[in-house]
Design a protein around this ligand. Structure first.
Ligand SMILES: *Cc1c(COP(=O)(O)O)cnc(C)c1O
Length: 489
């Protein structure tokens, strides 16, 4: 399997690269990203053959179909990370919540959010490639809350990689911050930045593009990489759980193999939804993929009107902060797959220059054949949390946005798989507010109140965070980030 660039090739980079090259190099021609040349066609025979497979067996079969240049032993080691999830025999439980609504829980890993699904195995793969090549990497990460803990967790104590992770001081929840600042492995550096998420994200982009920074690293024999959500090394692991969730419905006798379903995905950078799109193209019987957003509804606009318009929009803070995104990076891979590299380059340059592009009617039709979309305001989300809790299921505010799309975007009475991307423990103040109107400024109060109301315990992995020693104490101004990272190395 080879990878090519979404905006075409400028002659300075190789025309196509292997999987390992695609995941090590974060930049390519014209600012494009690497996408697979073609996708394996699995079809219903594959689904039939794997109806009885456990998660890791299915994962191995999907990765084999992609024919990637990674040793089977490394893949085996990477997939063994799913053994650390709550139930090693089924890391992704699928729970029936209404007659035709099933929730696929993607948060049973160590940091209690869906980023673990991809970052856990990705960390092993990247570190193993680095060791094979006898190279040392600095991995940069900027986080608004979930990526940071998941990246630190996967790379801690791994050979040949060091991680510098930046978060906006005061911009994350207590649980998210504690997950980062209590990490004490020697190869990890956590940096609180006085500013917002955009400040950390911009600092990361500037460092990735800086020739002098790279030259300084080179003197230390260190190469630069990023664990961001466009890395195909993460995307490939996000195809598997869509197929697994479908097969869970078959196993639960909710559907027969071949029946179509809706996938309902809470979306920000579109990595999760892209995995569903690839699974569908590989033969998974999907009627449509429903794209759920919050008030930052750029994806709803795109899918309903064909316009991607950033001109009058600014990110607004919502109760589902992991989806507070306007530049949704993985949309580029959809454009590329549907309309080719020349058109993708044209559209993405328009977006850079004019902050706007408009798809043609025919292109919009093509998009709407696959996707439908709606967005959910914070108050609507809280109402869904409360109603669903009263019916016996506790969910987080990101998952709640899917209930709006479920209510408005389906035109057939088909079974629907809603993807749950975070455990209730990660966004407890919003949930406590939805359930009882209380306003908690500290997570621990909200956690206690929800646990009592629901008659459940706060999971040990979260509770113990509040007693752990804080080892990562750096909080700096944004102009000091580069200096701080160099001092760490
Ligand atoms: C990252 C994240 C999302 C958004 O996923 P994308 O793949 O970026 O679309 C949704 N919910 C939670 C809790 C997340 O951490």
């Amino acid at each position: 399997m080879h990878f090519i660039e979404t905006r075409g090739n400028d002659g300075q980079y190789p025309e196509k690269v292997s999987f390992s090259e695609a995941i090590l190099s974060p930049i390519s021609s014209f600012g494009g990203i690497y996408s697979p040349v073609s996708l394996p066609d699995l079809g219903t025979a594959f689904l039939d053959a794997h109806t009885g497979s456990d998660y890791k067996t299915l994962a191995r079969a999907v990765l084999t179909a992609f024919d990637i240049d990674i040793d089977a032993a490394i893949i085996g080691k990477a997939l063994s990370l799913y053994d650390t999830f709550d139930d090693p025999t089924n890391p992704v439980p699928v729970v029936k919540v209404k007659d035709d609504l099933y929730i696929s829980e993607l948060w049973h890993g160590p940091t209690r959010a869906f980023k673990d699904m991809a970052l856990q195995p990705f960390g092993t793969v990247l570190s193993s490639i680095a060791q094979d090549r006898d190279e040392h990497y600095l991995i940069l990460a900027a986080t608004s809350g979930d990526t940071g803990p998941a990246a630190l967790e996967t790379f801690k104590n791994k050979d040949n990689v060091q991680v510098a992770c930046m978060y906006p001081d005061g911009g994350t929840s207590d649980v998210q911050r504690l997950q980062m600042v209590t990490e004490d492995a020697k190869n990890l550096k956590v940096i609180g930045v006085r500013g917002d998420f955009d400040d950390t994200q911009n600092a990361l982009k500037k460092l990735l593009a800086s020739q002098t920074f790279k030259a300084t690293l080179k003197e230390k024999h260190i190469l630069l990489s990023a664990a961001n959500s466009v890395n195909f090394g993460r995307i490939i692991f996000q195809i598997i759980y869509h197929i697994h969730s479908y097969l869970e419905l078959v196993r639960q006798d909710a559907i027969k193999n071949g029946d179509k379903v809706y996938l309902d995905v809470p979306s920000g950078n579109f990595g999760n939804a892209l995995g569903g799109y690839y699974a569908m193209k590989m033969g998974l019987p999907v009627e449509k993929i429903l794209i759920a957003s919050n008030k930052n509804n750029i994806l709803t606009q795109l899918i309903n009107t064909g316009a991607y318009d950033l001109r009058d929009s600014e990110v607004v803070a919502t109760t589902s902060p992991a989806m507070d995104i306007l530049k949704s990076s993985n949309i580029e891979r959809i454009l590329f797959d549907m309309f080719g590299s020349e058109r993708t380059k044209e559209l993405m340059l328009q977006l850079d220059d004019d902050r706007h592009y408009q798809l043609s009617d025919a292109e919009l039709q093509q998009l709407q054949n696959i996707f439908a979309a709606d967005f959910c305001e914070d108050d609507e989300g809280k109402a869904y949390i409360k109603e669903t809790f009263n019916n016996g299921y506790l969910m987080d505010p990101h998952t709640a946005t899917c209930f709006k799309a479920y209510d408005t975007c389906r035109d057939k009475p088909l079974k629907t798989i809603v993807y749950s991307t975070a455990e209730w423990t990660k966004f407890s103040p919003v949930i406590a507010n939805a359930l009882s109107g209380e306003i908690d400024t500290h997570d621990i109060d909200a956690l206690n109140s929800i646990a009592e109301k629901a008659g459940i315990k706060i999971p040990g992995i979260i509770k113990s965070l509040f007693d752990k020693e804080i080892t990562q104490k750096t909080i700096i101004e944004k102009q000091d980030i580069e200096k701080e990272i160099l001092a760490f190395l």
